[in-house]
Design a protein around this ligand. Sequence first.
Ligand SMILES: Nc1ncnc2c1ncn2[C@@H]1O[C@H](COP(=O)(O)OP(=O)(O)OP(=O)(O)O)[C@@H](O)[C@H]1O
Length: 308
Amino acid sequence: MTDSPVLEIRDVSKEIGRRRIIDSVSLEVYPGEVMGILGPNGAGKTTLIRMMTGLITPTRGEIRIRGKSVRSQFERAIRHVGAIVENPEFYPFLTGYKNLLHFARMAPDVGEDRIREVVSLVKLEEAIHDPVKTYSLGMRQRLGVAQAILHHPSLLILDEPTNGLDPAGIRELRDYLRHLAKAEQTAVLVSSHLLWEMQLMCDRVAILRDGKLIEVRRMSEILRRDSEELRTRFEVDRTDPVPSVLLQLGLDREWKECPGGFEIRLRREETAELNRRLIGAGVRVYAIHRMEQSLEERFLEMTEGDKP
Ligand SMILES: Nc1ncnc2c1ncn2[C@@H]1O[C@H](COP(=O)(O)OP(=O)(O)OP(=O)(O)O)[C@@H](O)[C@H]1O
């Protein structure tokens, strides 16, 4: 990536009382990407987001938005940000359009053209002239995003945006967030404690545990499982040669019999190799099943790591 980052978090820590809630976090988010902050409840996601929006100040370190320090150049930094940190509040008896008009009056250079543009970006054209009290949760969420992006922010921050949405609502949210990131080159930052939601929405994900950033990875890398040991089931006619074949391969792995064959944990390449050797030993192999680890299992592994 050659662009300069929209958001730079540099070695940020936050202590409240004697507790370090955020511990030396550094992270960069670029134009046009959807970045997820993933961590279990209490990991520090909201605290980190509150620091990005200037609601609280870091104990140490610095946060810059488009190169401007949130602490020392607050107004110049924050004008590039659109955020929904709590649930957005609207006037329920006014239409979506009138609500947006109301917010547009507070922002410089936002006219009705821009309102129409954001309404179309969040795909709310059909309902925009209905009163907000008739909106579903997902529609309110979209109106919230429309409001947050009225002033063309470079960075859109959404804290747990999928709370209360059903899978269809989450898919919609994903579609227009991705569209927004690509169409307006907005950097989007969303937090969640659910990996599968991040999988649907994000290009990259930053994993937070106990206030520490333990990894930043492309979502596609997390989902690629070639180098991982997965539980693999072989359907075979006999298992008696398995120990000697494993010995030949130098694979010091536990395996166990199961109905119609055996199970073992293997990497992708090892699976092919074991198959070849089994056939060489005269075993008939009917099927090989690699059991994908569920996303929830992977999330627990990533966030619990070396915990007891
Ligand atoms: N003002 C505060 N005073 C004391 N402790 C706090 C304060 N704010 C947050 N904490 C603690 O810091 C930790 C991180 O909280 P934070 O709300 O940032 O986590 P989170 O990852 O957003 O979790 P959740 O998804 O539950 O909101 C929690 O253990 C919380 O109790």
